[in-house]
Design a protein around this ligand. Sequence first.
Ligand code: ATP
Length: 312
Amino acid sequence: MMQLYTPLHFFGTYYRMIQQNFIDMEKMFDLFEVEESVKDIEDAKELQVTKGHVQFDHVSFSYDNRQTALNNISFTIPKGATVALVGPSGGGKSTILRLLFRFYDPDSGRILIDGQDISRVTQASLRKAIGVVPQDTVLFNDTILYNIRYGDVNASDEDVYRAAKAAQIHDKILSFPDGYNTKVGERGLRLSGGEKQRVAIARTILKNPPIILLDEATSALDTTTERHIQGALADMTKDRTTLVIAHRLSTIVNADLILVVKDGKVAEVGSHDELIMNALARKNEGIYYEMWQKQLDDHPDSSQVTSGVATP
Ligand code: ATP
């Protein structure tokens, strides 16, 4: 396999890897439309990530020139911060991630990473800097070793084991019939949703990108899996700028910043405690406050979640 990745084949292979990545993210992103809509400019430079500072600067975007998906949206994410995107369905959360990955260019405004306009850098360098963990990871019909090494095709076996340990999936893999050489995917061993997500996390840890986009699984996880995923995520997102479409109370509460995205705008912004306190000061009015109350009603056991003000 490895000879595929010699310099001669590098560009073709890299392109195919990107394509595969798209397939991997099919739920979040729409591959075919996107490939046509975005091209490198003629003298595109390599993106130089020094800090991982992300800025949306008055970004507007419409998929069809009729309905606005993002409406003059501006926010900045400090280096290394974890930002939770929450808000009603159709509000624009996935669109923010798609634009940052440059599946589409904004109609107006700019998206900057460490001060560089992402529409002016090569797509390859941009996508190398960004790791994506989708809701539903597609595994290749190959060994678990191959599936994790996909994050960095030059990684040694030891590197793969280290990433799997950090993603809290190593012990599980050792319990498979042939350990790391067990075939997985549709024609192999079927992994649970939580296990597949940890494979995606191991891949991303191996890829070692400074920026991470994460679409949390919406489906309910049992407590042990939830704990494993949280541990894996903590390791993956440490010191990396992370944008997460958050569905879990634990993620939301622990985020450095929460952006409430509604009707293509950032309707509210702040930490969990700030958003709750603001709502209380306004006689319990606030989108986030209402969402939080609903989540508490839906997850009565969430009193374990550490929160300053809102948990019982
Ligand atoms: P959800 O929580 O349901 O995933 P979201 O907050 O991620 O929603 P987006 O997927 O970003 O919302 O959608 C924002 C708006 O853009 C919606 O009005 C949606 O219908 C529209 N939209 C999303 N994808 C497309 C597309 N490929 N073509 C046309 N319109 C789209």
